[in-house]
Design a protein around this ligand. Structure first.
Ligand SMILES: Cc1cc2nc3c(=O)[nH]c(=O)nc-3n(C[C@H](O)[C@H](O)[C@H](O)COP(=O)(O)OP(=O)(O)OC[C@H]3O[C@@H](n4cnc5c(N)ncnc54)[C@H](O)[C@@H]3O)c2cc1C
Length: 361
């Protein structure tokens, strides 16, 4: 989360298929386990293997990245002449056979298909379905990166660590080949007025928000030089993603809270399914391919979006009967065990059956 990003096998199998395995292995960290613990005494709520176990089960690894490393790996894989930086789309016209695009720098372009992968504040979405502000979710996040050697005394496991507590949770994991520890500390707040992604947060405020938490959590926050703070927004699920020769992908159509660590992975899945629909349908009937894409993707992305939102309440329960019931239920169901997570990690978004059904690995 934050400067880091977790990618589960339902995303990484697609990236590996695109030939990115070697590039991802260079900087990606493969956590050995998912470990969810209680905020104060550190007692384990659930612990499930990742590492080789997850790769053997689903045919692709679970990775942790610094976002800059992941973006560099993706950008390096693209022919330079296919990427045009510095072009902010301001408007478009769907002419039926072509889409005409207009950019803030005065450039114009034409294409057979427009995919709005332009994030939570999507211009394409607003043009298709009207302007609607994203919802403030009542959560804000402090994020930070700590040089790993500063935390050597903690003996941190190479794992996806998540600590659940009253009105807050704390996530940390290694990134950048293990050189840095990334953390995100999420707390609840009633309102938020700033929109910047680069607002500095005070380390002292973050420590105060996590007063009484386990020493490991406080030691990680206390070791950071600077933190950034930003609000978490999401959107209500859409009923449609496409119109004519124009569609949406990723946060543009299903912005979600990061509490399933799936926003980017779902965007990768979107891309794989969209490519498969276009490949199969050919370019003669783009609208039909987009309809199929939407029919395959919208229910799944909506499900993940809704589970992510539900986790805000589940993760932040005050100690008491509801929290005890949650912990007992998680222990019973093994929420992140291989059988329980198969629906999510086993899905192969690049394989679409003739009837529109998806294959699983
Ligand atoms: C705290 C936090 C932690 C997260 N952790 C995870 C995680 O562990 N795993 C995970 O899978 N997801 C995670 N996510 C979610 C993930 O970051 C997003 O879902 C993902 O970045 C969405 O990708 P996207 O390409 O759809 O949009 P974005 O990443 O927002 O990219 C949109 C791009 O479009 C560009 N753009 C915008 N408007 C225009 C325009 N008009 N013209 C041209 N370009 C434009 C932007 O500059 C940007 O480059 C997390 C999110 C947060 C907030």
């Amino acid at each position: 989360m934050g400067a880091g990003v977790q990618l589960s096998p339902n995303g990484t199998r697609i990236l590996h298929r695109l030939g990115l395995r070697e590039a991802l292995d260079r900087t990606g960290v493969r956590p050995a386990a998912f470990h969810q613990r209680r905020w104060d005494d550190g007692r384990t709520i659930q612990r499930e293997p990742l590492g080789e176990t997850i790769e053997a089960a689903f045919g692709a690894p679970y990775y942790h990245f610094h976002r800059a490393d992941l973006l560099a790996a993706l950008a390096d894989a693209l022919p330079a002449d296919r990427v045009h930086l510095g072009h902010r789309l301001t408007g478009f016209t769907d002419r039926g056979d072509r889409v005409k695009l207009r950019f803030a720098n005065g450039a114009r372009a034409e294409a057979g298909l427009l995919v709005g992968a332009d994030g939570i504040h999507s211009t394409v979405r607003a043009a298709l379905f009207g302007l609607e502000r994203p919802r403030f979710t009542g959560c804000v996040a402090y994020r930070g990166l700590v040089p790993a050697e500063r935390l050597g005394h903690l003996g941190l496991e190479i794992a996806a660590n998540s600590w659940l507590g009253p009105g807050a949770h704390f996530v940390h994991y290694f990134v950048a080949g293990g050189r840095l520890v990334n953390f995100v500390a999420i707390i609840e707040r009633e309102s938020w007025t700033r929109e910047s992604w680069t607002d500095r947060g005070e380390v002292a405020d973050a420590l105060a928000a996590f007063a009484g938490w386990h020493p490991q959590v406080r030691a990680i926050i206390g070791a950071v030089d600077e933190t950034f703070i930003w609000a978490l927004f999401d959107r209500l699920p859409l009923e449609r993603w496409s119109a004519g020769r124009v569609t949406l992908l990723g946060d543009a159509c299903h912005a979600m809270l990061p509490f399933m660590a799936q926003g980017a992975v779902q965007a990768i899945e979107d891309g794989a399914t969209l490519a498969a629909c276009l490949r199969e349908g050919g370019t003669d009937d783009v609208a039909a391919a987009l309809e199929r894409y939407e029919a395959l993707r919208l229910p799944r992305a909506t499900r993940v979006q809704e589970l992510s939102r539900a986790n805000k309440t589940r993760f932040h329960l005050r100690d008491g009967p509801a929290q005890e019931a949650r912990d007992a239920e998680v222990a019973r169901r093994g929420e992140r065990s291989i059988p329980a997570i198969e629906w999510l990690y086993g899905h192969d978004a690049g394989k679409i059956g003739p009837t529109g059904s998806h294959a699983t690995s």
